[in-house]
Design a protein around this ligand. Structure first.
Ligand code: SAM
Length: 342
């Protein structure tokens, strides 16, 4: 961790953007608001969970609000709340409300497993959230139980339909694509885009789990997925999507879109605009980064806004060229995506 005396602001304080040496501009914060989750997906967490941090190490409401306020002053435009399961955090709706204050943020999104969506959808609609990504890897009840080690498919599907039928602008379904697990359901997921204006996104499995499920032959490479989609579906047209939706298609006459995210093969680092902050207040300048910048302790030691800005800008300035270079810097990877925020 950097010492507070090491981060005395110098010269660059007038800058109103967060950039790196490769010309990338970072205006998108993905912040994990907790580590707890009400599911135990086999590729994410062991059955017994990971060693969750005590509550006093997790960012408080005020600390999250302060980080957002400070980052707005240096170019933050978009926020995604993630976790853990963000809907388990009681102040989530307040955080969304705070983030929207003063109109600097034009887009706030949520990534959720959907279990609590039926309970919170009305509050989310009222909060004017721009988009919800719902993680759902299977449409089969037994498989759902196998992968998440919990019941709840009906709740998630109910939440998905409530979200689709709301006026929330962007609804996406995130499917971690796995060989011999849900590769036989790819076309069923694609069919969800027939009558619904949603994006179904197939995501490559990543090596962020202590059990290393990804080494067990389940990895389904993005390029293979794209080839399989192309050979099984007629009238697949390329369209434009977000920067991570490296491959994105639409089927003629279908309302929605289908995307493939090369989250492991990482052909998208050149377009990265993301800053990640973990629930315990560490900044990662790359999902695959082996080093973290502790913002929480610097804040708790009384750092000024300018010092925090300097720390954030400096951490992002040092971002490595791509996720492969970052991964090769050492072994100090966190045990689960639930600690990083996905
Ligand atoms: N609980 C929320 C949810 O389920 O969407 C947010 C946190 S979860 C860690 C965020 C995303 O990370 C989910 O879509 C999940 O499928 C994905 N994820 C977790 N571990 C992964 C892994 N090893 N490979 C690929 N995606 C993973």
């Amino acid at each position: 961790m950097k010492n507070i005396t090491d981060i005395t602001p110098r010269g660059s304080l007038k800058d109103t953007s967060i950039t790196d040496r490769f010309g990338r501009v970072f205006n998108y914060l993905r912040i994990a608001v907790n580590e707890y989750c009400n599911l135990r997906c086999i590729y994410c967490m062991p059955e017994e969970g990971v060693p969750f941090q005590p509550q006093d190490r997790i960012l408080t409401t005020n600390e999250i609000c302060r980080i957002i306020r400070i980052m707005k002053e240096i170019g933050l435009e978009k926020i995604r709340f993630t976790g853990g399961e963000p809907l388990l955090r009681k102040d989530l709706i307040d955080l969304i409300g705070f983030a929207y204050q003063d109109q600097k943020i034009n887009s706030i999104h949520l990534t959720t497993n959907g279990l609590l969506l039926p309970q919170y959808i009305n509050q989310l609609i009222e909060s004017r959230i721009s988009g919800i990504n719902i993680s759902l890897d299977t449409l089969n009840k037994d498989k759902f139980k196998k992968i998440t080690r919990r019941d709840g498919l009906e709740q998630v599907v109910k939440g998905l339909h409530l979200a689709i039928n709301s006026d929330i602008q962007s609804i996406k379904v995130n499917v971690v694509a796995m060989k011999d697990f849900n590769d036989d359901e790819i076309l069923d997921f694609v069919e969800l885009t027939k009558n619904n204006d949603i994006t179904v996104r197939f995501i490559e499995l990543m090596p962020f789990d202590s059990h290393q499920i990804w080494k067990t032959g389940k990895f389904y490479r993005a390029e293979h997925l794209v080839n399989d989609l192309k050979s099984n579906i007629n009238d697949l047209q390329s369209v434009t999507g977000s920067s991570t939706e490296h491959y994105i298609f639409k089927i003629k006459d279908y309302m929605g879109r289908v995307a493939v995210i090369p989250a492991y093969t990482r052909s998208l680092c050149g377009d990265c605009n993301r800053i990640r902050i973990t629930a315990d207040g560490n900044l990662l300048n790359c999902l695959y980064s082996q080093s973290e910048t502790n913002i929480r302790d610097v804040i708790r030691k009384g750092a000024s806004d300018d010092a925090v800005k300097y720390l954030i800008r400096n951490a992002m300035k040092n971002k490595l060229k791509d996720g492969w270079t970052a991964q090769n810097q050492g072994e100090d990877q966190r045990a689960s995506m639930t600690q990083i925020g996905g």
